[in-house]
Design a protein around this ligand. Sequence first.
Ligand SMILES: *Cc1c(COP(=O)(O)O)cnc(C)c1O
Length: 236
Amino acid sequence: MAKSSNNIFDENYDAILKNISRAAKKSGRDCEDIILLAATKTVDVEVINHAIESGIKYIGENRVQEFLSKYEDYLPVNRHFIGHLQTNKVKDIIDKVSLIHSVDSYRLAEEISKQAVKRNISVDVLIEINIGDEQSKSGFTYDEAIDAVTKICKLEGIRVKGLMAIPPICNEPQQNRPYFAKMKKLFIDIASQKIDNSSMDILSMGMSDDYEIAIEEGATMVRLGTALFGRRNYNI
Ligand SMILES: *Cc1c(COP(=O)(O)O)cnc(C)c1O
């Protein structure tokens, strides 16, 4: 079982690196400019460690319980939290991850700040933008984004490193291109404001079906699960 999962990863990984490279060139960059984060929900630690041994340097989990049950067994790797984070769970992960992608409310940011101050640490975060204005998704709207970054940057113990988005689910990946382009514009707009205590370094967007398009439009980090590990049973 683990062996075949590892084989699936190996085949996928090679192809993905080539695709990333091609998409990066189209946007005037190199593959080194793009961070590939493996989204490892439901993936066994054994397979995750094989991925790390093969070159994966960033992994992202999106459920607190699952993350806590796995992280001590990972080989050395950058651990990110990418899922919706409930405020009462912040304390459980805050000192165990190097980046939280999913700051989707001011209340969550305040709790991260509170817990960071308590531990005398600084926490790197991305601000999640609900770029498709979807009722079902959390995150700040496009119009709220600058204000949100400005307010959240003022909180002690938080460093805003960029933006994250999950565009609407669609049948044809090209349909998301305008959302990715809009995110890139927002990213540049916010960077140009030079807001204290923020840096627009990371634009985290693009998943298995649309990462090449996201990179073409300016993503600096893509989060891939299915494309790397094969299809699994989960709900985002
Ligand atoms: C699961 C997940 C991904 C990866 O999704 P795939 O379509 O399997 O590549 C990316 N981002 C988040 C927040 C996720 O939960």
